[in-house]
Design a protein around this ligand. Structure first.
Ligand code: NAP
Length: 226
C-alpha cells in the first residue's frame, strides 16, 4: 500500500508520516497547494491521510483531496464539531459530511484538543501578568498518540465514522493553566474568562469533550515534562 499524508509537516501530520512505512508528506512546502490546485499529482496513493487544514476553507480542501479518488481517505476531525458553533468547527462538520456522501471509501476520526494547542494558547495568554483562561474544561490529547491511531486506521480497511479519541483527563482550563505555569516556572494571576454567546455556552456544557472515550495515555503534565 502507498500512503500520502497531507499536512505532513504539521503538528499532527508529522507523527502520521513517522508511523506509516514509506509515507510521503505533502503540503505547500513540498509543492502541493490544495487550495490553489497546484501539485495535486502528489496525492496519487492508495491511502491519503488528510491532516492539512485551512481555517476558512476546510471544505474546499476536502473537495481537493476527494478529487484524487484514493482507495481510502482518512480524515481527522474534531470532537464536538457538530455541537460547538465555531465557524471552523462548522466547516469540519461540513467536510465530514462531504466525505461521507462522496462515495470515496473513508475513515473519520474525531479527536479532542491537542496538547500543542493548549501549550500555544497558554504561551500567548501568559505574556500578560493577568492571564485570561477560558472558564470551561478541556480533555487534551497527545497529538503523537492521535498520529499513531491515524496510522493504524490508514493500514486497516475503511471504517466510516471511527470512534472518538480523547485525552486521559477532563480538566478545567484553569487547572491546566496552573500545570503550565508550574512546568514553565512562571507566576501569573489567573483570571477565568466567561463570554456571552452560543459558542461559549457549548464549550461550558462540555461540547468539546468525550469522557467516555478517554483513550489517550499521556497527560498534559507528562507532555510538558518532555
Ligand atoms: N490542533 C488541535 O487541537 C486539533 C484537535 C483535533 C483535530 N485537529 C485537526 O487536526 C488537523 C491537523 O491539525 P494541526 O494542528 O496538525 O495543524 P497544523 O500544525 O496547522 O498543520 C497544518 C498543515 O496543513 C498544511 N497546509 C496548510 N495550508 C495548506 C494548503 N493550502 N495546501 C496544502 N497543505 C496546506 C501545512 O503545511 P504548509 O504550511 O507547508 O502548507 C501543515 O502541514 C486539522 O484538520 C485539525 O482540524 C486539530
Amino acid at each position: 500500500m502507498t500512503f500520502v499524508v497531507t499536512g505532513g509537516s504539521g503538528a499532527l501530520g508529522r507523527h502520521v508520516v513517522a508511523a506509516l512505512p514509506g509515507a510521503k508528506a505533502v503540503s505547500r512546502s513540498t509543492g502541493t497547494d490544495l487550495l490553489r490546485g497546484t501539485g495535486s499529482g502528489a496525492l496519487r496513493a492508495d491511502v491519503v491521510v488528510h491532516c492539512a487544514t485551512s481555517f476558512r476553507r476546510e471544505v474546499d480542501m476536502a473537495r481537493a483531496v476527494l478529487a484524487a479518488k484514493p482507495a481510502h481517505l482518512v480524515y481527522i476531525s474534531i470532537v464536538g464539531c457538530d455541537r460547538v458553533p465555531l465557524p471552523y468547527y462548522k466547516q469540519k462538520h461540513a467536510a465530514e459530511r462531504l466525505i461521507v456522501n462522496s462515495g470515496v471509501p473513508h475513515t473519520i476520526l474525531r479527536a479532542t484538543q491537542f496538547h500543542s494547542l493548549l501549550l500555544r494558547m497558554f504561551d500567548n495568554s501568559s505574556k500578560l501578568p493577568l492571564m485570561l483562561v477560558p472558564a470551561f474544561r478541556f480533555q487534551p490529547v497527545d497529538e503523537a498518540e492521535v498520529g499513531l491511531e491515524l496510522a493504524a486506521l490508514a493500514q486497516a480497511a475503511p471504517a466510516g465514522i471511527a470512534g472518538e479519541m480523547g485525552g486521559p483527563e477532563v480538566r478545567e482550563a484553569i487547572d491546566l493553566a496552573r500545570i503550565y505555569l508550574d512546568a514553565k516556572g512562571k507566576r501569573r494571576t489567573l483570571v477565568p474568562l466567561k463570554a456571552p454567546g452560543a459558542t461559549y455556552r457549548a464549550y461550558r456544557a462540555g461540547g468539546n469533550l468525550t469522557p467516555g472515550r478517554a483513550v489517550g495515555k499521556r497527560t498534559f503534565a507528562d507532555y510538558l515534562s518532555g
